[in-house]
Design a protein around this ligand. Structure first.
Ligand code: ACM
Ligand code: ZN
Length: 537
């Protein structure tokens, strides 16, 4: 028998003898599934009940999921009498993300010890309903059934992140919220928002209005904007076209851009919090600030409007503190990301102010100058009850034990070893697996699923310092939401299973079947995922 015939027969066997693949198809793979027989059928005028006021928002969220495509009226009521019950089993806040989902022919119960546990249970219920539940408008003729099942589930890692970069190419509030909703469907819980970079400042800072009046708009850049337009033409791919909605004309010039007002930010934060997602804002410092210094040249060495920020001047430090103060006032989550990557530190060698600082602080060189700045800012973060995170360059020149390191440079393979050896927590996001802006011809779903994304040589003590995995979606060549979805899905499904499901329970053949089953759900959700059979990167 050929291998492919054997695979076909095996697949048919699995599908026919076990409802598990046909009906209970959940990604990431849950810890325990006990199947029953029969089904619960969602009907008009059934009720969602919640037993504790702190989960009423989750009730509203589930209501939106259950009514959007069905058109049903499903009220949300306090108590425990609903056909769909949300039960918070502890009244004190906890980080426990586990949940139990029990479906009988009469009712559905989601029980958890935390808000996020309830949200995780809702994500599983969402995946047990027919795909059409993800449609944005009413679909008729569907039986909204859920198989009878009991699921007990908890994640291996608490940090399950995705990062978007609206600086290079902008994504509206609506597009960002859709992204967050898709994150929630697959139990991602950290949204890292790279809000500033050298080519675009995307968040309103009241004290420095030039950052968005000027810094949020640019003429088309050859390296990213025109490059996208050229690729769109050469590859006959409209998802690479720069959207007109992000262009405007000023003094006869076409400008590209956009930014989030502080009200926009508050709206997105609320949207994310309903879905149990924390937002980690990143204001990248001291590098990736060309546009910042164009807006306020006094921030640069020699006032020449060039990257990076001048760390010798008190006025720069004051700017950094003031910007972050507004960030702290907006974003409630305890972690904030300072960036710190790819700084052209050489410029500080030729700046009298920077050299003066180096001397005064008894530093060895410009590398230590950045390390000094990071520690200075960390103190400021801590005074405001926040914890600092940064890209792995923050290790250079010395880092405090309390900073969290994002291992991103795949060619610096020792970062996770080094950081955890020193007692620093790490988020794993190396270019070698986690860069979703990289083509999918090499970094395939299978490669991601089979790979040791968390390095296999970390010992148990070091593994405790691994917060989890994050995938980064840099925006240089991702000018539209459709292109972004193409780059993210279905890879993100492999990544979430690597993060949620313990290594022993990860199984490529089993995952592949479930992933294939999820593609129709992605389609129903309107996600422009990359078809498995294409060779388009
Ligand atoms: C990075 O990719 N520069 C963090
Ligand atoms: Zn300087």
């Amino acid at each position: 028998m050929t291998k492919s015939l054997l695979t076909c027969l095996l697949t048919a066997f699995i599908l026919s003898c076990s409802n598990l693949r046909a009906e209970v198809n959940i990604i990431p793979r849950p810890t325990q599934i006990i199947e029953g027989s029969g089904e619960f059928v969602l009907q008009d005028e059934q009720t969602i009940s919640f037993n504790h006021p702190s989960i009423s928002k989750a009730g509203g969220y589930l209501q939106r999921i259950l009514t959007r495509a069905t058109g049903y009226n499903i009220p949300v009521k306090k108590g425990n009498k609903g056909q769909i019950k949300l039960i918070l089993s502890k009244s004190t806040p906890t980080e426990d993300e586990s949940y139990r989902l029990k479906v009988t022919q009469n009712d559905v119960t989601i029980e958890a010890a935390s808000y996020r546990g309830i949200i995780n249970g809702i994500a599983s219920l969402r995946q047990l309903l027919p795909d059409a539940i993800e449609k944005r408008s009413i679909v008729s003729g569907v039986k909204w059934n859920v198989p009878v099942v009991e699921i007990k589930d908890k994640p291996a890692y608490h940090w399950r992140g995705l990062m978007l970069d609206p600086s290079r190419h902008f994504y509206s509030v609506e597009e960002t919220e859709r992204f967050l909703d898709h994150m929630a469907l697959y139990k991602f819980n950290k949204f890292h928002w790279h809000l500033t970079d050298g080519v675009g400042w995307r968040i309103e800072i009241k004290q420095y209005p030039e950052l968005t009046r000027k810094g949020a708009w640019r003429e088309f850049r050859a390296d990213i904007d025109e490059a996208c337009m050229n690729r769109a033409k050469n590859e006959n791919n409209p998802t690479l076209l720069i959207p007109e909605k992000y262009c405007r004309t000023e003094n006869g010039k076409t400008l590209y851009g956009g930014f989030y007002t502080q009200d926009d930010i508050r709206e997105v934060l609320y949207f994310a919090s309903v879905r149990g997602i924390d937002i980690i804002p990143e204001i990248d410092m001291p590098g990736h600030n060309w546009i910042t210094t164009q807006c306020y040249p006094w921030l640069s060495c020699g006032n020449d409007g060039n990257d990076p920020l001048c760390l010798g001047k008190e006025t720069t430090l004051e700017f950094c503190r003031n910007v972050y103060k507004e960030i702290f006032d907006l974003f409630p989550y305890e972690y904030v990301h300072i960036g710190g990557d790819e700084v052209d530190r050489n410029r500080w060698n030729n700046c009298a102010d920077c050299q003066k600082r180096i001397k005064e602080k008894n530093l060895k060189d410009v590398t230590e100058l950045q390390a000094w700045f990071t520690k200075y800012m960390e103190k400021y973060f801590n005074q405001h009850g926040r914890k600092l995170m940064g890209w792995d360059e923050i290790l250079e020149g010395g880092v405090s034990k309390t900073a969290t390191v994002y291992w991103w440079r795949g060619d610096h393979a020792d970062v996770a070893q080094k950081s955890t050896n020193m007692g620093n927590e790490v988020v794993i996001c190396p270019t070698t697996f986690c860069y979703f802006d990289y083509g999918q011809d090499n970094n395939t779903v299978e490669r991601i699923y089979r790979g040791d994304i968390i390095p296999a040589d970390l010992n148990a003590q070091q593994l405790k310092l691994v917060k989890g995995i994050q995938s980064n979606i840099w925006g240089e060549f991702i000018p539209t939401e459709a292109r972004m979805q193409f780059m993210v899905f279905p890879r993100a499904l492999a990544m979430i299973e690597k993060t949620w499901t313990p290594k022993e329970a990860q199984d490529w053949d089993n995952f592949r079947l479930r992933m294939q089953g999820q593609l129709s759900r992605l389609k129903a959700a309107g996600i422009n995922y990359r078809p498995l059979e294409t060779n388009q990167p």
